[in-house]
Design a protein around this ligand. Structure first.
Ligand code: M6R
Length: 605
């Protein structure tokens, strides 16, 4: 990740590469680089930091008419000059940029080291260029070397390759990571996303999974997964640059809500072998797991809600006691934690001041610290004993959506792993893993409720207040739903355990009060339904989010989530409450991506 550009044509490539990358800047990145090629050599410039830093390294006039460019959002290896793309082979004759994740890169790397290859970065991507080199040296036909290389790659990739051996040609390949091609009278282009091309052409060719392409200055050829030529299929791209940057959605929040299937897929990539959970960073911790007596989950805001969920799951699966605390409280409460305590920190940014301070305190007290973080190399990631990364990609909207659901998923996997390390067998683990793997499709299915959600969310337009209620695992979902609604639509929203209503909050329910009721947990469903009916009896308008089986004839506004293990239902519920918040905010004309008074990363106390 995160941005790729490539150009070969009849004029200097650099202006296109840089302007294309600048049009992809919105996706977030931490380093940038380009390779330009002429008949004698490939020249690469790359640096940590912004595109402006890269531009400082470049001479004003660079005549080369073929090149590739990249902006990197770190996933393997911290942001640094070395880890920035492009990556080159030892002789500097092949240069590669890559988006995606090579799952089996450690195995490939070991095999290549054994046959004499040297690596200079911590990235998964560098194996690609070395593998290409390996095959090209066996038979110097780049198209074949590329086919052989991608056959060995497990995971996702969008690849763009230049080589001194064919100085006007760019090779491209794609699997589960986007890549688009285009052409104009100036030349032929490729990019990881359409906004990079739109200043040049609206005729776009989206490459499909398994396909490869060869670009030269007069045009391009596309090949299927077996390397057979196929007819290029162009489409006229329907959006202007600004809406293309948002993937055609009107806000980053909505785009990021819809990115959840792929964010979850990437987060789960490589985590299972049969019923075995693969988390090498946890396995490498030198700990006597049976000496862990306490576990505390610590975070802020949305990440804290993920912790409330994790706390329940942890107790269910391990049968051990655990605690959950907002970081802003933990850091000041003189917690009774020690070397027998496992502290799990959760943060999208990895820079939240309160969470970082809580982590430092836990370390000072000798606790074992594990973090679940989205931004690679961030402060919380660096300072924890072990870090697990969610693969949500850059989250731009202030309201957290895909970061939250990937946290839920990864925390779930982590807890399954901890149970295994404690020697505890989790009941029904086979079915759980099966449903975890199905989550991307189940979230797609959930998103198909979009129109219904939009209609129901309309009833919040003129409301001052709304209430989210749920029990057991529906309670963190209620908290998160209320936070999301407040944050983006400014409708005051509170969340309650449904069983607690009668102890006070029900006094607030009157005719037409909007109640978003969550009832997805079968073991408590009948109780929750009784609680919901108490609000209906007082005139509430109830939007009921429930499972496939719940008898709900008496309720007018019902949204059903797909069938799945109850422990995982929190994920589709989150998606639906995100959509409710989004549509309520849209109805009210709010600035959805930048809610008032809020910052994306809260780096001050
Ligand atoms: O980067 P972090 O996950 O540590 O951020 C924590 C909170 O500031 C964050 O989740 C905040 O609550 C979001 N704006 C919620 O949408």
């Amino acid at each position: 990740m995160c941005g790729i550009t490539g150009f070969t044509g009849k004029q200097p490539a650099l202006p296109f590469l840089l302007q294309g990358l600048s049009k992809l800047e919105y996706r977030g990145y931490d380093s940038a680089g380009v390779t330009l090629v002429n008949s004698k050599k490939l020249t690469t410039w790359k640096t940590k930091g912004r595109l402006s830093e890269l531009e400082k390294l470049l001479e004003k006039e660079l005549p080369q008419s073929c090149g590739i460019g990249h902006t990197r959002w770190a996933t393997h290896g911290v942001p640094s000059n070395m880890n920035a793309h492009p990556h080159m082979n030892e002789e500097g004759t092949i240069s590669v940029v890559h988006n995606g994740i090579v799952e089996n890169y450690t195995t490939l790397k070991e095999e290549l080291i054994q046959v004499g290859y040297h690596f200079h970065s911590d990235t998964d991507s560098e194996v690609i260029v070395q593998l290409l080199d390996f095959y090209y040296k066996k038979k110097p036909v780049m198209k074949e070397a590329l086919q052989k290389t991608i056959r060995h790659l497990e995971g996702s990739y969008a690849l763009c390759i230049t080589t001194i051996f064919e100085p006007n040609t760019i090779y491209v390949a794609k699997k589960e990571s986007p890549m688009v091609l285009g052409r104009s009278k100036e030349g032929t282009f490729c990019a990881s996303d359409a906004p990079a091309l739109l200043a040049y052409t609206k005729e776009i060719l989206p490459l499909q999974d398994g396909e490869t392409a060869i670009l030269n200055k007069d045009g391009l050829e596309v090949f299927d997964s077996k390397g057979r030529p196929i007819e290029p299929r162009y489409i006229t791209f329907p959006y202007d640059i600004q809406s293309a940057q948002k993937g055609g959605y009107d806000s980053y929040m909505l785009k990021e809500i819809h990115e959840q299937p792929s964010a979850i897929r990437e987060t789960l990539r490589g985590r299972f072998r049969g019923n075995q959970i693969i988390l090498p960073k946890i396995e490498e911790l030198e700990i006597d797991w049976n000496s862990i007596y306490n576990t505390v989950f610590i975070a802020c805001g949305t990440a804290y809600h993920a912790c409330i969920y994790a706390n329940t799951i942890y107790q269910r699966y391990t049968g051990k006691m655990s605690y959950v605390m907002p970081a802003s409280e933990f850091r000041y409460c003189d917690p009774a934690v020690d070397e027998h305590t496992l502290c799990i920190f959760v943060s999208q940014s990895g820079e939240t001041a309160d969470t970082l301070a809580a982590l430092k305190l836990a370390r000072a007290k000798g606790c074992v610290t594990v973090s679940v973080v989205n931004v690679l190399g961030s402060s919380i990631a660096r300072q924890s004993d072990a870090v697990l990364y969610t693969a949500a990609g850059p989250e731009i909207a202030v309201a957290s959506t895909k970061a939250y659901t990937t946290q839920l998923v990864l925390l779930h996997v982590l807890i399954l792993k901890l149970a295994q390390l404690y020697g505890i067998r989790v009941k029904g683990i086979g079915k759980l893993i099966k449903d975890l793997k199905r989550l991307p499709e189940l979230v797609e299915e959930t998103l198909a409720n979009d129109k219904t959600v939009k209609k129901y969310a309309g009833m919040l337009k003129d409301e001052h207040d709304a209430y989210f209620i749920g029990r057991q695992l529906d309670y963190p979902s209620a908290l998160e739903g209320a936070l999301k609604l407040k944050e983006v639509s400014y409708v005051h929203a509170d969340a309650y355990y449904a069983g607690e209503l009668k102890h006070g909050p029900i006094a607030l329910i009157e005719k037409n009060t909007v109640v978003i009721a969550l009832a997805t947990q079968p073991e408590i469903a009948s109780k929750t339904i009784s609680n919901i009916k108490e609000t209906v009896a007082r005139g509430a308008r109830v939007i009921l989010i429930t499972d496939q089986d719940m008898e709900a004839k008496e309720f007018k506004y019902v949204i059903r989530i797909p069938d799945m293990e109850p422990q995982l239902r929190v994920i589709p519920v989150a998606v639906l409450t995100q959509l409710i918040a989004y549509y309520a905010a849209k109805e009210k004309g709010c600035d959805i991506d930048k809610p008032r008074n809020l910052a994306k990363s809260v780096t001050v106390e």
